[in-house]
Design a protein around this ligand. Structure first.
Ligand code: BJW
Ligand code: ZN
Length: 232
């Protein structure tokens, strides 16, 4: 990687699969057990908040019994070893709402689809760290609005920090996508964006993703093996 100065890495559910967290679109994944329209849209939350809170409460509670895997740890190692000077930059963006990147030792990770261990006030936008269940839906301590919601980005909502991500994609020499199916926009479009600005692009995924043909190189296998091998 001697000629590489700026890297953007995008991770998805596949990087946490070996830790025991369900992906969305694989066989047995979350979207086989729950309909997107029932649990992952603002309309679903308005219609049936208890159902939606229950879905996220269970996934938040499940974080207690999982651990980061070799792929999370390898990215933390990359961050530690990456030169800390003005000529270099490394942005790790995750679509995941789990906290395994942080627990794997990563200092800086941008959660573009929010975080399970955070609650959001839909009225004033305040975000609060949240470990327990939200189904009792306490009022917002900041503005008094009746109920906090999970701090996750549902379909039809704007993912977090898009300007910062696009800026990094425009500067990147290398874009790496890890464990994501490439089915959800805007993240699925990052590869084309980075390539248009001249970055080399690499996919590390169990299988060829939907957008696989956009990458210069695609390696198939488990993230727990491919990521440490790539970081080496
Ligand atoms: C392994 C492995 C191992 C397994 N090792 N690999 C038509 C065209 C274009 C766009 C749209 C459209 N219609 C609607 C849209 C927009 C929409 C969208 O993209 N829809 C598509 C379905 C088409 N997008 C949005 O609405 C987004 N917002 C937006 O566009 O804002 C702009 C806007 C706003 C307002 C008005 C107008 C415009 C928001 C998307 C939010 C997505 N939210 C979710 C839920 C988050 C909360 C939660 O967790 O519940 O985010 S959906 C879900 O999918 C979650 C994930 O982050 C996201 C991506 O999934 P991911 O990570 O790729 O997982 P999988 O399961 O799909 O794939 C796992 C992969 O890993 C597989 O390939 C496996 O092979 C692999 N794998 N084991 C390595 N061991
Ligand atoms: Zn509020």
């Amino acid at each position: 990687m001697a000629d590489i100065r700026s890297i953007v890495i995008l991770t998805g559910a596949g990087i946490s699969a070996e830790s025991g967290i369900d992906t969305f679109r694989d066989a047995g994944g979350l979207w086989e057990k729950h309909r997107i329209e029932d649990v992952a849209t603002p309309e679903a939350f308005a219609r049936n908040p208890a159902l939606v809170q229950g879905f996220y409460d269970a996934r938040r509670a499940a974080l207690d019994s999982v651990e980061p895997n070799a792929a999370h740890k390898a990215l933390a190692r990359l961050e530690r070893e990456w030169p800390d000077d003005e000529a270099h930059s490394l942005l790790i963006v995750t679509q995941n709402v789990d906290d395994l990147h942080e627990r794997g030792g990563l200092q800086n990770v941008l959660h573009m689809h929010g975080e399970l261990r955070s609650a959001l006030c839909g009225a004033c936008g305040v975000r609060t760290r949240w470990e327990g269940a939200l189904s009792d839906a306490p009022p917002c301590t900041s503005c008094g609005a009746p109920a906090l919601r999970p701090d996750v980005v549902w379909f039809g909502e704007m993912p977090y920090q898009m300007p910062r991500i696009y800026e990094a994609l425009a500067r990147a020499d290398l874009f790496v996508s890890i464990g994501t199916s490439g089915a959800v926009y805007p993240a699925a479009g990052f590869v084309q964006e980075a390539a248009a600005y001249g970055a080399r692009t690499l996919e590390l995924n169990l299988e060829r993703s939907e957008g696989s043909h956009w990458f210069d190189e695609s390696r198939q296998g488990r993230a727990g093996a491919l990521v440490p091998e790539w970081v080496e």
